[in-house]
Design a protein around this ligand. Structure first.
Ligand code: G3I
Length: 321
């Protein structure tokens, strides 16, 4: 049978992939499926490359966890999406509670980016340079970076990443920008800001943390992809999952399958949409239940690693009948 990645690549995409996290890699059946390149041609470390992991104290870098995932991708022949350099969450205390000036925080941020991107040089298909910089209304999130540096922190971050690895694709990544609205417009403003500054930005990552029944329609996603592509950037679905209120029922699983199918079909219809990553592949390791009480079952494989109807829905969108 044709798997998700094989089908996506056959239709001109670069990959279909999954996030993963270090603790799960001791689960042998889990690891075997993650490493099956018929389904997954790409992986993303869910936590291992974040600032709290890679630079827990200032100018002391730790790559052990990130290297495990990078080495796994290399051993499997999978692409690696690298995630993430500048984000307000999962920051070590020395950053989030530090006393900063414009000058000292720019220096610390550039030092972080330069070290991490240099360490992974040649290993990443893309870096999520900046993550979740926006509020829901499209204004800037009041992170330590925005408070201290202003919006210039974004182009400065992209320029530092490009200087450290000129070949890696540089992305802005966020959620709730998968259909038109204030936040998607805000993401478009960030892309133009980085371009106007003269720094390189190659892509926008649409996280796509959706809810069964309120997933944006295929046509809403298609027109949104066109609006981003018009700015000259590529697009990836970077963290796709579609959660439901538990318990799951046959009706919810069927609706979830059509929501997955419509989302994947939107990517398939735009040549600038390069690939799709689900935010882990099994309900066993999804982030959803611990964040949204009473919700879950968001992924195409259930907690016993059995395929759900969503798997077939994705395959249909990939042109496998
Ligand atoms: O590392 C500690 C561990 O030492 C401790 O014992 C344990 C107890 O709770 O917590 C561990 O940290 C957890 C970490 O994941 C590593 O497992 C945090 O509590 C937990 O909050 C953290 O959650 C991650 C979340 O980002 C944090 O915001 C999820 O695993 C990760 O999937 C999620 O990923 C984000 C993307 O990076 C950005 N977009 C949204 C997406 C979902 O939230």
């Amino acid at each position: 049978a044709t798997g998700l990645n094989t089908a996506a690549v056959a239709k001109g995409k670069l990959y279909f992939g999954s996030a993963t996290d270090n603790p799960e890699l001791t689960d042998a059946p889990y690891l075997a499926q993650l490493s099956n390149t018929d389904d997954f041609g790409q992986i993303t470390p869910g936590n291992a490359q974040k600032w709290d992991s890679t630079e827990p104290s200032q100018n002391t870098f730790s790559y052990t966890k990130g290297d495990v995932v990078a080495n796994l991708a290399a051993a499997n022949g999978q692409k690696l999406r690298c995630h993430t350099l500048v984000w307000h969450s999962q920051l070590p205390n020395w950053v989030s509670s530090g006393t900063w000036t414009n000058e000292t925080l720019i220096a610390a941020m550039k030092n972080h980016i330069t070290n991490v991107v240099t360490h992974y040089k040649g290993k990443c298909y893309a870096w999520d340079v900046a993550n979740e910089a926006l509020n829901e209304d499209g204004t800037y999130r009041n992170s330590i970076f925005y408070q201290t540096i202003g919006e210039a922190y974004l182009p400065i971050a992209f320029a530092a990443a490009a200087a450290a690895d000129p070949d890696v694709k540089l992305y802005y990544n966020d959620y709730n920008i998968e259909s038109a609205g204030s936040k998607a417009t805000g993401a478009q403003r960030i892309i133009k800001l980085v371009q106007q500054y003269g720094a390189k930005i190659d892509g926008v990552g649409l996280q796509a943390h959706f809810i069964v029944g309120s997933t944006p329609s295929q046509s809403a996603q298609t027109s949104n992809l066109a609006a981003f592509a018009a700015l000259g950037v590529e697009i990836a679905y970077t963290e796709l999952d579609i959660r439901m209120t538990l318990p799951s029922t046959d009706a919810l699983l069927a609706k979830q399958s059509s929501d997955y199918q419509n989302t994947v079909a939107a990517c398939m219809a735009n040549t600038k949409c390069v690939g799709i990553t689900i935010w882990d592949y099994t309900d066993k390791y999804s982030w959803v239940p611990s964040t949204f009480s009473g919700q879950g079952a968001a992924l195409p494989w259930d907690a016993n690693l059995a395929k759900k109807p969503a798997y077939a829905g994705i395959l249909t969108a990939l042109g496998v009948t």
